[in-house]
Design a protein around this ligand. Sequence first.
Ligand SMILES: [Zn+2]
Length: 153
Amino acid sequence: MTTGWEAPRAGYLFTLAVASGEEDDLWTAITSADGGHDLLIALGAQARLMARTATTATGKPFVVPASVWECIACPDVRSFAVAAYAGEEPGELSVSCTRCLREAAEVLARLQLAAMDAARVPLAWLAGVCGQLTSAGGSPVTPLPDPGAAVAP
Ligand SMILES: [Zn+2]
């Protein structure tokens, strides 16, 4: 989970699983590898990227309400998630509270999904990214969605 492309792939897979309510097994598999640190970084970057896409697509800033972060009870995990989304140096992550780690991962995944919704990027795009990352054999493929194309029916 620490060698480049795997965490991003796990992030997209996890977001896709959250969208369909099937994240339980995936969460166990992902976090047994590294405790979730790289996953949160990847999820934060992906949510940030999609928020930019939403901002471009709608012409309005994609705003995250402060209340979104409040369901992450532990302050250190919460600030780690906020920093991961902001693209800032997230500092230390306590891995002692797995409940909050998972809450943080789900918050970031839902942010990405909300941004996708705002940008009218379909779930099929997310599934496509997962497939590409799998078949790319390890190359860091993170294609940007095309808001113009995504809006078309
Ligand atoms: Zn906690």
